[in-house]
Design a protein around this ligand. Structure first.
Ligand code: UDP
Length: 417
C-alpha cells in the first residue's frame, strides 16, 4: 500500500501551543504510511520548523479581514464576518483545487479558521477532512455557525481533551465522530535539564525561591492574577522572585497591549526587582528546571494546557487553576495543588504553602512525573491519531484497533446532528 498523502492546514504561521503539538505529531508520524505536507494560512516561523523536519509546506496568507477575526477577541461577531467572506471563499477555492490536483487522501485542519477554510475546501474536493479542535468555542452566532459546520463538514473531530469533546456532543455532533486524544510530550526532553543559565540571565542566584508561569500573554491565561498574587506572597516572603515567560502572539482583534499592562502593573506595585518578564523562550525545559514552583493560572476554561504536562515531565511542583480540562490533565490533586480560577488570595496561599514545604513539593513532582509517563507520552498521542487516519482511510495496521474505543465510557450521547 503506497503512503497516503496527508495535507495539514494551519491557520497561522507563528508557533503557539497548537502548532507545537502539530510539530510534535509530524516529528513522530509514521512516514512509511503517511506523507505529510502543510498549508499555512499565515506567515511566520512555522515554515522553518517544518523545513527542519523535512515536511513540505506552502504559505497562502489569509487577507487581513480574515486574519484579524478572533473568537477569543472582544470585537468579533457575525457582523465582522462579512468583510472576511470574499477572502475566505478565494482561499477555499484555491485550496480545493490544490487538494484535488495533488491527490491528497486526507486533510487535517489545526485551528478554527483552518477548520472552516480547509473543511469547505476538502468537501469541495471530495477529500475527507479531520478537524483537530484545541479550544473551547464560546457563545455567539459565529460560534453557532462553527458548531453547525462541525456537525456536517469533518468526518471526525479530534479534540485535545474530553472537556472540549463534550462541548461538541452537547451541540448535537454524534459522539462516534468526536475523538478525544490528549496531547503528549517527549518525556526525554525534560529529563536532567539545567536551569542555571536561565537564572543567571535574570540575575537570580541559585537558592533564591523562584515561581514561574509559562504561556502566551493573554488576559485569560491569568498573568495579571499571578502578579496580584505575587504581591501578596512578596509581603510575607520578600526574598521570592517571580517570572512570567511568553509573549503576545495574536494579531487578531481584541488582543494586543497586554504585555504593557502587565509591565505597568508590576511597576505600580513596586515589584520591578521581583517580577520578571523575559518574553518568549525556546528553552522551556531549561526554564522549568530553574523554577521551584510552576503556576498555571487560566481564568477561563483551559482546553488542555501543554505547559501542565511539560511541568510534570520536568518534575516540577504545580499549582493549577481548576478549570476546563485541567483535572483531566493533572488529576484530582496528587500532582498539582488545585485552586479556584481567578482566586488571587488562594493562589498566593498555595504559593506560600509550597515554598515552605519542600517535602510536599517533591511529592507533587514525583506524582506528576509518573502521571506523564503513564498517560501523556508523545508515542501514545501519535498512535491514537494514526488510528483515526487508519479508520478513515481503511489502512489499519493492526486489525481490530479502534481509535475511539478508549473514550467510549465517558461519552454522553446527545443524538446525531
Ligand atoms: N511556550 C514556549 N515559550 C514560551 C511560552 C510558551 O515554548 O515562552 C510553549 C509552552 O512550552 C507550551 C506552549 O507554548 O508548549 C503553550 O501551550 P499551552 O497549551 O500551554 O497554551 P496555549 O498557548 O496553546 O493556549
Amino acid at each position: 500500500m503506497p503512503a497516503a498523502r496527508l495535507c495539514y492546514v494551519s491557520p497561522v504561521g507563528f508557533v503557539g501551543g497548537a502548532e507545537l503539538s502539530l510539530l510534535d505529531l509530524l516529528t513522530h508520524l509514521d512516514r512509511d504510511r503517511f506523507h505529510p505536507e502543510v498549508v499555512c494560512l499565515g506567515e511566520g516561523p512555522l515554515v522553518d520548523h517544518l523545513t527542519a523536519l523535512g515536511v513540505p509546506s506552502r504559505v497562502w496568507p489569509m487577507g487581513q479581514a480574515v486574519a484579524r477575526l478572533s473568537l477569543r477577541g472582544k470585537r468579533s461577531g457575525l457582523g465582522r464576518l462579512l468583510p472576511a467572506i470574499p477572502g475566505t471563499l478565494g482561499q477555499v477555492a484555491r485550496l480545493a483545487a490544490y487538494l484535488r490536483k495533488a491527490g491528497v487522501r486526507l486533510a487535517h485542519t489545526n485551528g478554527m479558521k483552518a477548520h472552516v477554510i480547509g473543511g469547505l475546501a476538502a468537501r469541495l474536493a471530495r477529500v475527507p477532512v479531520v478537524w483537530h479542535v484545541r479550544d473551547f468555542l464560546g457563545q455567539g452566532r459565529l460560534e453557532d455557525l462553527v458548531f453547525w459546520l462541525g456537525a456536517r463538514v469533518p468526518v471526525r473531530i479530534i479534540t485535545n481533551s474530553q472537556a472540549v469533546a463534550r462541548t461538541w456532543w452537547e451541540r448535537g455532533v454524534s459522539p462516534s465522530r468526536v475523538v478525544a486524544v490528549h496531547n503528549g510530550v517527549d518525556v526525554e526532553r525534560y529529563e536532567g535539564r539545567d536551569g542555571d543559565a536561565f537564572r543567571v540571565s535574570l540575575g537570580i542566584p541559585a537558592g533564591v525561591p523562584l515561581v514561574g508561569l509559562i504561556g502566551m500573554l493573554a488576559p485569560w491565561k491569568g498573568q495579571m492574577e499571578f502578579v496580584e498574587a505575587a504581591r501578596l506572597v512578596f509581603r510575607s516572603a520578600p526574598q521570592t522572585r517571580f517570572v512570567i515567560v511568553g509573549e503576545e502572539p495574536y494579531l487578531t482583534d481584541g488582543h494586543g497591549g497586554f504585555a504593557e499592562s502587565l509591565q505597568r502593573r508590576v511597576m505600580e506595585l513596586g515589584l520591578g526587582h521581583a517580577v520578571f518578564l523575559p518574553g518568549y523562550r525556546r528553552d522551556v525545559p531549561e526554564v522549568l528546571a530553574a523554577l521551584d514552583v510552576v503556576v498555571h493560572a487560566s481564568t477561563a476554561p483551559e482546553p488542555f494546557g501543554r505547559v501542565l504536562v511539560e511541568a510534570m515531565a520536568a518534575r516540577r511542583p504545580l499549582i493549577a487553576a481548576d478549570c476546563g480540562a485541567v483535572r483531566e490533565v493533572v488529576g484530582d490533586g496528587d500532582a498539582a495543588v488545585l485552586v479556584p480560577p481567578g482566586a488571587i488570595a488562594s493562589l498566593a496561599e498555595a504559593m506560600l504553602a509550597l515554598l515552605k514545604d519542600p517535602e510536599r513539593r517533591a511529592a507533587l513532582a514525583e506524582a506528576g512525573w509518573a502521571r506523564v509517563r503513564q498517560q501523556f507520552t508523545l508515542e501514545a498521542h501519535v498512535r491514537q491519531i494514526e488510528q483515526v487516519y487508519e479508520e478513515i482511510l481503511g489502512v489499519s495496521r493492526e486489525p481490530g484497533t479502534h481509535a475511539t474505543a478508549w473514550v467510549a465510557e465517558s461519552r454522553e450521547p446527545k443524538g446525531e446532528a
